[in-house]
Design a binder for this molecule. Structure first.
Ligand code: AFP
Length: 282
């Protein structure tokens, strides 16, 4: 596992450099979700693929930017599922973006996630890493080295509200719930990048990030293996909760395809409790 974590640290600085120096235009290809790929998406994916090609404990990799599973080392123990550059459409307006990694042992499902990590490329590079039996650790990057900054622990109740999806396509009960949080005094914080939006809630003590089922996206937008399940481990280990719209833990999801999505809610205990009440899933 240490090799994998060290590799993620190296990847962070390589992708940071690519963001600063590479062409921001579109490539000629689409990813497997049918979205146009930026040259930076392709470049970041390649950086990660090359990096894990040298790590023998990695049996296979699954990328948000690739259709299937890429086998690397037959005797490896782990499969790394990753979103190389989440929120890449925000790079051209110079907002923060990120990379997300889920490290699975065995079948690709929530209960087999053993560790996860994400990198935030913002004014500074930061990295968060977690395993099943520890608090998430925050690292700050500088001159190609990461320094541990501390543990991440969520308060029982926060005051930030990051609500995703097109509002006109929300259900009435979701809209009512989100409005009720604003009535309680919650403040809107939503950049459209899952990594910085979830990072902000984690570092500012708590709140709610939601990407619900909508009429145009009944299964949500965010991908289970690369985005939803890795962040679920981070939120739970920080003392928060992460569920879908049926009240099931996101860490118990069993994707039937690598690119399956799920409605998802991440937050402190108070907000997730309020959500269950509003959705009638308590
Ligand atoms: P892109 O990678 O296409 O920029 O999408 C980013 C993202 O997957 C995730 O980072 C955001 O939380 C979410 O989409 C935002 O989606 P909405 O704009 O529909 O709220």
């Amino acid at each position: 596992m240490l090799n994998i974590f060290d590799t993620i640290k190296e990847i962070a600085f390589k992708i940071e450099r690519a963001i600063q120096t590479e062409d921001l235009g579109y490539s000629d290809s689409e990813n497997s979700s049918g979205e146009d790929q930026l040259k930076l998406d392709v470049q970041s994916d390649l950086i990660i693929e090359k990096a894990f090609a040298n790590v023998t404990s990695v049996k296979a990799i699954v990328s948000e930017e690739k259709e299937g599973i890429l086998e690397l080392h037959p005797n490896g123990e782990y499969t790394v599922c990753y979103d190389p550059l989440d929120g890449s459409s925000l790079v051209d307006v110079n907002l923060s973006v990120g990379s997300i990694f889920g490290i699975y042992k065995g079948e690709l499902k929530g209960e087999n996630l053993v560790a996860s990590a994400y990198i935030v490329y913002g004014p500074r590079v930061e990295l968060v890493y977690v395993e099943r039996d520890m608090r998430p650790l925050l690292y700050g990057g500088n001159e190609n080295r990461f320094r541990k900054l501390g543990e991440i622990v969520l308060n029982k109740k926060g005051n930030l509200n990051a609500s995703g999806g097109t509002q006109k396509n929300w259900t009435t009960y979701h809209k009512k719930f989100i409005d009720s949080l604003f009535q309680e005094g919650y403040r809107l914080r939503y950049s459209g990048g899952m990594v910085p939006d979830l990072h902000q809630i984690l570092l500012k003590g708590g709140g709610l990030f939601s990407y619900p089922a909508t009429t145009d996206r009944p299964d949500g937008k965010l991908r289970q293996l690369f985005e939803v399940i890795p962040f679920a481990l981070i939120y739970e280990q920080a003392g928060g909760e992460a569920i879908n719209d049926k009240g099931e833990r996101l860490l118990e999801l069993v994707p039937s395809h690598p690119h399956d999505t799920s409605p998802c809610f991440f937050g402190s205990v108070y907000e997730i409790d309020a959500l269950k009440e509003a959705y009638g899933i308590k």
